[in-house]
Ligand binder design. Structure first.
Ligand code: NG1
Ligand code: ZN
Length: 564
């Protein structure tokens, strides 16, 4: 390691004094102007990780659904997964080392992690469309080159596409070709094969409006469009030609405000969806004939997908185990529907896809989705081999079902949740099942819920347990939440420090929107009082946005998956 060269180049990417950042749920995220040194250092760290794993490592420059002025960076491990936890700690240490200490901290990491410095290193880099991303990805490249790592800069990519590239490169091309063409060809071939099987190919299923959050999803969906235009016509809105990234649009906006994005003209019952700023999340929605907005979030996506997969497994007579993984943010109705109506085991993990992904790997077929629309399906190697074998051996209807499963495996991006891939899966299922968006929505009725943010001096004073559903510290907060929850019917509430923003998140659900809002507000006040709130205490204010038509609870369950 040429420490002199590292010191010299690091001075060109100097760390502002006193700035402390943490490698959180999705890497580092903050205002773009504070990230230059972090990018350079993550270039260095990616080289060490590549040498240690003897594999290609990915670096993605994005702040996903956060405002355009922000940016972020995360490392992608060899099989396309999120960085291993011990390396997250190394990342935090390296990013926070003061300028003069940085080379020593880098050396310490390479010793601690037993990195063979003679080993070759290869790093692939991708970035989103933020104005700051190009320069910041150049800083990553500076870090890679000063440690003499080799690299390939993919330039503009969605986050899941970068995960896919890393996965392909480390599996000798078995998973697919590590190019945009390879990605588009693999997914579009599976999509075309699947939709060919549809009994019902009416025009109703063939067009979809997509809000691209004014981000990278627009560019990449345009590239995909060329391959799938025979089967699906997509109309791109918020494609980045006019509006600002994630501003009043995108999956995060739609999910948290429970209303359509700006720029989306919706006719009644028209199927629409939104990607987030780096196209790893997707939510669907529509307006009913009375003009009410209906959101179809990650929970309902997971339900549609797992129902479809379960049906195919029944058809081929194979008892592969299937599990659904959610977080505490999953709507209570979705969990009950999956467990009680569909009889699928459901597991809850901490927030952050790395936790869901990890749990999903325990099943033959692991379906995981965050309520915000980030998710995918993982198939174990054994399940994949078995399905491929059955697609050859079985006959007639059973063979057809096995072939469908084979194509579904190819259509999912198994490296990461992927809005483009998930959209194609959903469109294929709706077409194959002859389902309208309303029928899909009617599988169960969401419990009214509300998410709020509270500003505190130090959000780390809140620690949690039981997959973030219970507070451990500060003392008294969980008891206060318990007392508040008791005041409402069908209620649930929890709080946790965000991993991507300097705030505490509050979630509440109850039997009516008014009650969910009121519970969320009361819990926010408890957080403010017991966890060191700063500024004005939370106000009840106008938080009742969107529209909820509440059915009596007995009607919340009960609808079963329509069969074709
Ligand atoms: P934080 O800020 O830790 O809540 C948010 C999302 C996560 C995940 C990450 C990464 C919610 C409540 N939280 O994390 O699910 O998607 O961003 O983008 O939606
Ligand atoms: Zn994202």
């Amino acid at each position: 390691m040429d420490l002199d060269a590292i010191t010299k180049y690091s001075a060109l990417h100097a760390k502002p004094d006193g700035l402390v950042l943490q490698y959180g749920t999705a890497g580092f995220r903050t205002k773009a102007e504070h990230l230059d040194h972090v990018m350079f250092r993550m270039g260095l760290l990616a080289v060490l990780r590549s040498k240690q794993t003897k594999s290609t490592i990915g670096v993605m420059v994005t702040a996903s659904h956060n405002p355009e002025e922000d940016n972020g960076v995360k490392l992608v491990d060899p099989l396309g997964e999120m960085l291993a936890p011990s390396w997250e700690e190394h990342a935090t240490c390296l990013a926070n080392a003061e300028e003069q200490d940085m080379p020593r901290v880098l050396m310490d990491i390479s010793v601690k992690a037993a990195v063979n410095l003679q080993q070759d290193a290869f790093v692939v880099i991708g970035r989103d469309t933020r104005p700051s991303s190009e320069k910041l990805s150049q800083s990553v490249i500076d870090g890679v080159t000063v440690l003499e790592g080799q690299f390939h800069d993919y330039g503009l990519l969605t986050t899941p596409q970068l995960h896919y590239m890393v996965y392909c490169r480390n599996t000798s091309g078995q998973y697919g070709k590590a190019t945009i063409e390879g990605y588009c060809q693999k997914l579009s071939k599976a999509f075309t094969e699947l939709t060919k099987q549809a009994f019902c190919s009416g025009d109703e299923y063939r067009s979809l409006k997509v809000d691209c959050a004014n981000g990278i999803g627009a560019l990449k969906l345009r590239e995909m469009e060329h391959y799938i235009s025979q089967e699906l016509s997509v109309q791109l809105l918020n494609d980045g030609t006019k509006g600002k990234l994630n501003h009043l649009c995108g999956a995060d906006f739609v999910k948290s405000h429970q209303k359509p994005p700006q720029g989306m003209e919706m006719k009644p019952n028209e199927r629409c969806c939104s990607f987030d700023g780096d196209a790893d999340r997707i939510v669907y929605y529509y307006l009913d004939v009375d003009g009410h907005f209906h959101l179809i979030d990650g929970d309902k996506i997971a339900t549609l997908i797992s129902s479809f997969l379960k049906e195919l497994l029944l058809e081929i007579g194979e008892s592969l185990n299937i599990g659904v993984v959610q977080t505490a943010y999953a709507n209570g109705s979705s969990t009950r529907y999956l467990e009680e109506v569909m009889k699928v085991p459901v597991y809850c993990t901490k927030t952050g896809v790395k936790h869901l992904h990890h749990k999903a790997q325990e099943f033959d077929i692991g379906v995981y989705f965050e309520a915000n629309g980030h998710g995918t399906v993982l198939f174990s190697k054994a399940a994949e081999i078995r399905i491929k074998q059955l697609a050859k051996e079985l006959e007639d209807k059973k063979r057809k079902a096995a072939k469908m499963l084979e194509n579904v495996i190819d259509l999912f991006n198994q490296a990461a949740g992927d809005a483009i891939s998930d959209m194609l899966v959903i469109e294929a299922i709706l077409t194959l099942k002859g389902l309208t968006v309303q029928q899909w929505d009617a599988l169960y009725m969401d419990l009214p819920n509300r998410q709020l943010k509270v500003k505190v001096a130090d959000r780390q004073v809140i620690s949690t347990t039981d997959a973030e559903r219970q507070v451990v510290t500060p003392p008294g907060l969980q008891e206060a939440i318990n007392d508040l929850v008791k005041k409402y019917k069908l209620s649930r509430a929890f709080v946790r420090p965000s991993g991507t923003e300097d705030i505490v998140r509050v979630y509440a659900e109850a039997d009516s929107q008014e009650n969910a809002d009121s519970l969320a507000h009361a819990v926010s006040l408890a957080v403010f009082q017991l966890a060191g709130g700063v500024g004005e205490p939370p106000q009840p204010g106008k938080i009742h946005e969107g529209c909820w038509k509440i059915k009596p609870y007995y009607q919340l369950l009960g609808t079963s998956f329509p069969s074709s």
